[in-house]
Design a protein around this ligand. Structure first.
Ligand code: SF4
Length: 340
């Protein structure tokens, strides 16, 4: 659809520059630029790169003066310049410019991320970027890298308060890939919410790492308004977690954490992924049985999807497992794309 939009733009006025960014163009910029309706790809984190690029373009400067984290066409050649760094201190970024958006239209969505929502208006926030883990199916590193970087608690609270006072928001869905990775930070955030009696409820629909949770953190999260967490367990088989998925998760930690969450009144959803190369039918059945026995609010099973930029895709290519031709439009977590 993004390619189609670029085509429409070029039909309206071929001189309009089209720029793409995000996980897919960051992973396969040369493939994306094979479509001549796309002029430029911003690879990875976009804010600083896009600002410099737009500055150059508005002065008629192209190719850009600083090419890092960009890919573009020069004559017939596609040139790709990977990023050389990430934004170390996320607090250098200004607050998201929500005042430029029709927020009331977004508030019409009952649950922007899906999942459990208690109060409205509800919206999303992101307080950290990057994940040091190396799960074979995960593509977040293509945009945000593997180093965990955060907004400080004061900045997170400032954004929450702005959402409440400027937009009337009553609930937040935190979209961080690992909101609780730095336990001290999430505890500090929760303590300020409690101390200031900030009236907000929230959930973590994107998943929180089990290894980054403990009972005191869960208690504080509940006191600070958290009513639902999602936990990505991925497999009920430790061998699959260790040898295939490469997720640093010990199954022995799962039940105590889920019990503690529920005891504190926090709802729990759990995610599993099945169908990896090398995973046996018994292991898949074992994961399904394991998930269905859990005392949680929702259990979701997805099929493994070899997104561009992931170790899983490399493995599928190396072993000739992909159903050809790969159709990116069909890449969904419930649509198997390879045959084991
Ligand atoms: S822990 Fe989550 S965010 Fe980190 S690599 Fe694994 S799936 Fe991706």
């Amino acid at each position: 659809m993004a390619h189609h939009v670029c085509k429409l733009i070029k039909q309206i006025d071929a001189s309009i520059r089209t720029i793409m960014g995000g996980a897919h163009p960051s992973s396969v910029p040369d493939e994306v630029l094979a479509d001549t309706h796309v002029d430029i790809v911003v690879i990875g984190e976009g804010e600083m790169v896009l600002r410099k690029l737009v500055g150059d373009l508005s002065k008629g400067v192209f190719p850009p003066t600083d090419t890092s984290a960009l890919a573009f066409r020069e004559g017939d050649r596609i040139r790709v310049f990977p990023p050389t760094s990430y934004i170390e201190d996320l607090d250098v970024l200004p607050m998201p410019a929500r005042h430029l958006l029709p927020m009331q239209l977004y508030f019409r969505h009952a649950a922007p991320h899906g999942g459990a929502v208690k109060r409205h208006p509800v919206t999303n926030m992101i307080t950290s970027r990057g994940c040091p883990a190396q799960c074979c199916f995960c593509s977040i590193h293509t945009v945000w890298g593997r180093i965990f970087r955060v907004h400080r608690p004061e900045r997170v609270i400032q954004e929450i308060e702005s959402l409440i006072h400027d937009y009337g928001v009553r609930e937040i869905q935190f979209e961080d890939d690992n909101l609780t990775l730095n336990r001290n930070r999430i505890q500090d955030i929760c303590r300020v919410i409690v101390a200031r009696r900030i009236d907000i409820t929230w959930s973590t629909p994107n998943g929180v790492a089990i290894y980054a949770l403990d009972k005191p953190t869960l208690r504080l999260m509940r006191q600070a308004g958290c009513h639902h967490i999602s936990i990505a367990i991925e497999s009920g088989c430790q061998r699959v977690l260790n040898e295939i998925i490469h997720k640093p998760l010990q199954l022995s930690k799962v039940s105590p954490i889920i019990r503690a969450a529920r005891k504190n009144g926090i709802g729990v959803s759990v995610f599993f992924v099945i169908g990896f190369p090398g995973e046996t039918m018994e292991e898949i059945r074992g994961t399904i049985t394991y998930g269905l026995k859990m005392r949680v609010d929702a259990v979701l099973f997805f099929t493994a999807m070899p997104y561009p930029g992931t170790e899983l895709l490399n493995e599928c290519l190396a072993r000739g497992l992909l159903c050809t031709p790969v159709n990116y439009a069909q890449m969904r977590i419930n649509y198997p794309m390879f045959d084991t």
